[in-house]
Every structure is written in C-alpha cells, then in structure tokens.
Design a binder for this molecule. Sequence first.
Ligand code: GAL
Length: 1000
Amino acid sequence: MAHYNATQKPSTWPIQNNGLQDLIQWDHYSLIINGERIFLLGGEMHPFRLPVPELWEDILQKIKAMGMRMVSIYTHWGFHAPSSGKVDFETGSHNITRFLEMARDIGLYVFVRSGPYINGELSAGGMPLWVTTGVYGDLRLNGTAFTEAWTPYEDGLAQLVRPFQLTENGTVIMFQIENEYGNQWRNVNAKSPNMAAVSYMEKLEQNARKNGIVVPATHNAAGQSAKSWSRDYDTVQAGGDVDMYGLDSYPQCWSCVPASCGSSSPSPFAVSNYHDHFQQFQGGAMNPWDGPAGGCRDKTGASFVNFYYRDNIAQGVTILNLYMIYGGTNWGWLAAPFVGTSYDYSAAISEDRSIGAKFYEIKNLGLFTRVAHELAYTDRIGSGTTAYTNNSAIFVTELRNPKTRAAFYVLRHADTSSASPEAFVLVSIPTSVGNLTFPQISGPVMFNGHEGKIVVVDFHFGNHTLIYSTAEVLTYAIIDGVATLVLWAPTGVSGEFYLQGAAEGDVVSRETAQWLTVDKREHGIVVGFAQNEGRSIVEFDNGVRVILTDRSFAHKMWVPVLTNDPRAPVNETGLVIGPYLVRSAKLSISTPNTLSITGDSNTTTTIEVFTTTNISKIQWNGQNLPTSKNAHGSLTATIPGPAAFTVPTLKNMKWKSFDSLPERHRTANYSASSIAWVSANHTTTPSKTKGTVPYLFADEYGFHTGIRLWRGTFPSNTSATGVFLNVQGGTAHGWSAFLNGEFLGSFLGSANAATGNMTLLFPKTALLSGGDQENVLLVMHDDTGHDEGSAAVNIRGILNATLIGDGEFGSNSSKVPVFSSWKVAGTAGGGTGSSLDPIRTGYNEGGLTAERLGWHLPGFDDAAWPSNSPDEGVAGAGLQFYRTVLPLGLPAGLDVSLAFRFTPADGSNLAYRAYLYVNGYQFGRFYPAISSENTFPVPNGVLDYGGDNLIGLAVWAQSEAGARVRLELVVQYAVASSLMTHFDGAYLRPRWDARRLRYE
Ligand code: GAL
C-alpha cells in the first residue's frame, strides 16, 4: 500500500487502434472515442426477447436514463436464419436496422454481438436448429459446411451494421467475434495453439472486415483461465486475436440456484479479483425451471449493485457491460432446456419493463460515471484497511488521475460479507491544498449495511474543483455556463464537501429540519450537512450551485441529454427531479421558452426542473403545464398520474374448446396422410448418436421445436404385449403414449431428466385383434430446446422404441414384433422447408394439431366448437385446446403491463402442462409439476391494447385424471407515459390463413 506521491507519472502503455480507423482507440486505461477518454457503462438486452420493435424504444430510453452510454445486443443466428441459405433482417422483430436507428436517435453507443454462437440460455446457444443434425460437421469450427452455414447470416448482419458504425456517423463502437470461445490454446501456459479454432476465429473476423466492419473487434472470455484471443497474451503470434479482450464474470453465480454453479458458487457479496482481468459484468441472474418463484432479485439487488459495481471501479474497470439490463422473455421455444419462459434475469428493467430500486441505484452510479471524466484515466495507487481511515473494518482503494491529480477513494467493508454499521473519518488524504483529515465539521462517514462509496478528491467540474466530498457526486451540469453540482448521501446520513475558490455560500432552499453548516476555510468553503429525505440548494459566490439530496430523492433525479450525443456533454443536459421516469428533454420547437420533457408517472407528482434561464415553461408528454419559477431559479409543475381503467376478467369470458390430439386414434379414424406428416424412415444418420432403426431423431426430418408426434404402426397379428420407449427431449421435457387411442402412460418429466424411459404394457382392450389391421402407437413429446455448446447436437426424439412380445422372451424369434413404419409431425411447414409464419418464426410453434391448423392464430373460425373453459377442464389424458377473445380498450397515454397467471384449479392434480398463446405468440409454458413459474407478462404489440385479442391455451393432461387450470389476467403496473402504446401493431400479429388447412 502506498499513498499517492506527487511524482507519479502515467504508465506508458501505448494508445492503440486497429489500423482500420482511429475514432475508437484504447489503452489499458480506457476507451478513447473521438479523442476523449470515456468511462463506458453499458447494459445488455436482446431484441429477439422482446418481439415488438416499438417497445425496443422503451428499453433504450430507460437504459439512456440510467446514465449509461451503451447498449449491448446479441443477435440470434437461428432467429434470423429460418433455414439454410435464407436470412431475414427485416420482418417484424427481425428488423435490426430499426433497432440501430432507435439507439442512434436516442443517443446510445451500440456493442453488437452476433455470435454466430451466443449461448444466452438459448436453444443450441442461438445456432439454428438445422445445424444440429450432424450434417454440418463440427460446430463452432472452421470446416467448410459450418462456415457456409453461418456466412449468409454474418454477411447480412455485418452489412446492415456497417453504416451504423461510429466511423459512418453512427453509434456502433464494438463488434464481438464468437462468444466465450476459450479455445485458442491446446496448452494455455505453453501457448501451443489450436489451429482449427484459430482459423475459425480468423474466418469470422475476416468476414466481418470484408463486409466493412472497422470498429474494434472484441471477445468475451468465460473466466480467467483460457486466456484466448488477447493480443497481449498471444506473444507467439498464434492468430485469431481480437482488438480488445474482454472478460465475462458472474460474481454471484449466473443462476438463481447456487447448485448450478458447483464449487464456484460464491458467498453473498464476495468480490473477485479483476484488477488485471475484466470487462463484462453481472446485471442479474437467470432462473432455471426449479428456481425460486419470481427469480432471485435480492441476490443482485440494489444493495449488491451499489456495492459491487463500485468495487469494479476500484479494480480499474472502465468498460462495464451489465448482463442483463433487460432480460425479456424466452417466448416460443427459444430457450435452452434448463430454463422456462421468463428471462427476467432479476435485471434492473424487469421482464414486464417496470423499474425499481435496482434500476435507480444503478442510475445513481451511471450518472456519476457519465460526468466523472477523470475516472477514465486513473492509476490504482494503493488499497488497504489501515492507511486511509481510522476504522480497520473499512477497505479503501485509491485511484488517481495521473494528469489532473483527481482522486477517487472507493470504500467498502473489508469483510465483504459484513453489513455492520461503521463510522469513520478519512485520515491525512493528499489533496491539492495539503493533506486533510475529514469530515471536519459534520458527523463521521457512515456505512449502514452493504454499501460502497466513492469519495472524490480534487474532482474537477466545469472550471471548479471539489477538494473533497464524503457525499457522492450524482452528476453535474453546466447550465447557462454555470456549474450545478448534485451530491447525495443515504437518507439520514451526514456528508461534507469542500469547494475550492468560494468565499461565500448561501443556503437558498433547505429540506425541512436539515442540519447544514457553511464554514469558510483558507481555500474555499466547507459545507457539512445531515441529509433527510428531500433536497437543499447552496449557492456560492463563484457561481457554483450545489444541490444536496438523499438517496430517495437522488433516485428520482434525472439528467436528460438535450441532444443525441452518447457522450452526454455536460453543457447539453438538464436536471429533472420527481417523476418515476424521465425519458427525454428537448427545447420545444413549436412553443417558445418551453422545455418539452417526456417520461412516465405512477402518481400525481411535483416535478422540479433546473435548466437554462430562458426557459420558463414545462411541457410534459406534450401538455403545457402551469409552471412556476422559484426564487432560486428552478421551475416546478405538477404532472398527472395514470388514468383509471379496467380490464376484463378472463374467467368470465366465453371459452370454446376442441380435442387437439386426433392423431392418437387408429388409422380408420385418423389417417396421418396430410403433408404435415413425414415418413420417419432413416436407416442411417448423420448424428453421432445411435438408436433403434429407423432413427427417430426429429431434427433430421426437419422438425426442430416444440411438441412432436410420432406415429408407429405394427400389424395386428403380432404378439406385441408392450413397448419400451426412451425419449430424449431435454431437461423438463415430458411425453405421453397412446395405443389406438387408449392412454398408455406419461413420463411426467423433471427439472433434471433430459431423457425419460418407460416400459408400457398394452391393455388387451386397446390392441386390434385379427385381420389385416394396423395398430397405431402415438408418442407425443415436447422438446425443451437443444443443449448449449457442443451438446447442441444431442438429438431430440426417440432413442429407443422396441416392441415387447412373446418373441422378446426367446420362445419363438420369428414372432418378435417390430414396427412396420413410423411417421413424424412437427411444426407446419418444417418438414417441407417453408415457414408459414415468418414473423413469429418456427421457434413459436410445434407440431400439435392446434398449431399446425392455426387454432392459436387470430382469425381461425371456431364457431362450430363446443363451449368449455380451461377451468372446467377435460377428463382423461390428452390434449385439449381452448380459445377465447379478450377485448381491451385501454386509454391512450398509459403504459400498462399485463400478465397472464396460471393457478391449478384442482391443487391435487398437477400432472399437466399448459401452453399460452396470445394472438398467436406462445408466451407462456406452465409446468406446474416442475416449476413455480406461473406468471407470464405479455407485451403490448403482442397484445392489442385497443382491440380484440385471441387467447389460446393448449392443455396437455398427462394422466387419466385430466386437467383443470385457471387463467387470470393481471395488471402488473400502469403509468402515464409518453411511450407510444397505441401503435398499429397488426403487422406483428398475422392472422390465420387457409394454407394451414393442408396440415391436418
Ligand atoms: C455468459 C454467456 C451468456 C450467458 C451468461 C449467463 O457467460 O456469454 O451468453 O449465457 O453467461 O447468463
């Protein structure tokens, strides 16, 4: 540990660029964009996990409002490439161009991560499922077939990204090659390269370059041991290195269930050492099927983000990308097997798009990093528990800018698991006016619980210097050439700051009952205060205005940027206090002297605005507000809360229902002769897996998602007495079998079983006897997605289907019963290679009659169906489809988040699965025997806020007890909002058409 000494010189690592452009440069301190060092805080969202482009704007505005400068995205190869050679970057939510335009217009840098492999808890890690059969050779390697498979997608993506790069006046600043591909070395220490992996990385990078991508290429390493693709580590010129190396890390374990993290599962609040090794960071944790209801928000909650992200800063991190900032939904069959419908991720912006304490807490740090320019260029001078404070329970890291000498002291508990209350002073801290011990006049600095704190020293803002502050800097803005600085402290805690060069300070506005003392010193003024809920304003004779706030007020303080410059120049911002959310602020073009602010309010709220003096009026979401100007220059007005509204009760709707499993019946009653059926007759397979012949591996017959139906026939004159079946559908899958329409049994599934086998005996009543007839065995299974990584090739389908009969037991081998034929049905259009629903894609549906015939779609005519609700349910095993129409008439100007919640209507029977379809989108999978996940938010756009909505429900009763399930519509939240919620989203909800009839 060493204190700063004045001879400290910047270390001399070279500033680098990639030789293709010089607008984006970097060294070991930070990124340098347009010649300016920046602290880059970003957050991840996945456009495909929110299939409504109109709502991407909502998320992007929220990210911007957090003070972040960047949004990071995965694009999903499989989603964009429905079949080999075909790509779609236009239809509906495939329109990545639209996303990039929004990000540019809102003023966010974009980090594009296209894979081709992205992992992301996605089926096959985002690779198209048509590459999982084995015919494309080794996945994620340099073979010709695999290269040809990804090329059209990577070409298309790179070409659309090209004009959005910073170098083309756009905002894309980084491009990631592959994802967590730690394969550069056969032996990491010996640096002996894996040449096939190197060649794969090189092909991917060259392909991006060939298509005009010039921004820095990055990679994110999964952990610190593989040391792959770093120019610095690759001293042997192995090749494949990217421009900037990045690290992926999940300090609290990436899953809500610690067991998934094995021995690496950390104790809460443990810190990792990233000092030499970082770049990506944890924004939440994903929740597996058997995870806690609602995820694990506390584990990565407001207190975690406060503490942990500050510790990252202590370790020298200047590029921090939070995975996820908005998780969204694994709708349809996008997910990997171990996770269900929600990808809420306990992220700062919830799956239902609401924001709360975690969001606000990240915002407080985000706004600080956006103005703390000196933070992007610091050396770690020292750290420890004794040198900086009088309390050894406190661990301090000193960062100091080698040029301006600004310092950032990052404070936390030494024992990171401790939340003990602590009080202390900083001792003998070097400042531009000598060594100081502070606070000098206020009470000590306090920790109440798990917190981090950044104490600034010689922090420069505008032309001014803050010699120190024990309250954190929230932000500052230069308004009319004058600096307004905002400091915050936890509610009830005291703070103190020392402002250089001021001779007088005047408290012009004071929150009630505040203790506040202004004290003149040799080099300026010291202000001590104890901050209760509210805000105070102190004006100094050198023109500086300081706003003091507590945490609760700081949470509702916004710093909208008046332009779309992602750097957010401090003289292009305003301050707004009060609303639930401020999305933007612009000088009104139509109304003079007016600041036009947009945002959300959840209740009637007083807002206070600090902006340039020639503004005298406030417009909120397009409405001119009666505005008053205070003596100290701010404007106040009142904004309305959300209007009242009602939504219908689903239980009271008129439901209709129909049998969706006619395929279980014998051939006389169901012939399986439509184009929906493909003959499953392969006697050889490209898969490395072997099974009984013919191979019953779904993907090689063109069916990749959801429920598959297998129909095996065998003659009536055999001695079959039963069947042994082994089905592989991924963890949490299930299956049922029927003989000539009679139920044989179900594998109910569990969160851990990827395969399920059973021997099922044929009831005598079910077998056809005599004559030349065919017995029909129907096996229905769902497939919860393909595994990630190299396990993506694990087959989905039936590994073993063996009839059991007399011959089986050796008495007469000629009588061994065998299947005469097999057929399979899956997603309509899958088998013939064409997709019937380019908007919702093949990921949305499987092979149920209801899906093939489009019962899930708006526009299908169910007039002839009998009435029956899911609550009444059905008797016996099978699959029943329910439909109803939900009319919505939500008022304009409201952002309402609706969700569908399932509860078992009969708690004693959970042997069923229910699949929710909203206007054709499969937006919920309720597996009550396996998972507590029962509430499924559905975004506007999938829903129609101002019209009729088709609600479909497939209920798979896995036992003779049948199934009864209750479905409710819940209002998650409602805010009055500037967000355009009544857009024309019909293009996202294509209707039923007659092509479906061919898939009977
Ligand atoms: C990362 C990976 C992501 C995602 C995450 C866990 O390491 O790159 O794709 O899987 O882990 O949620």
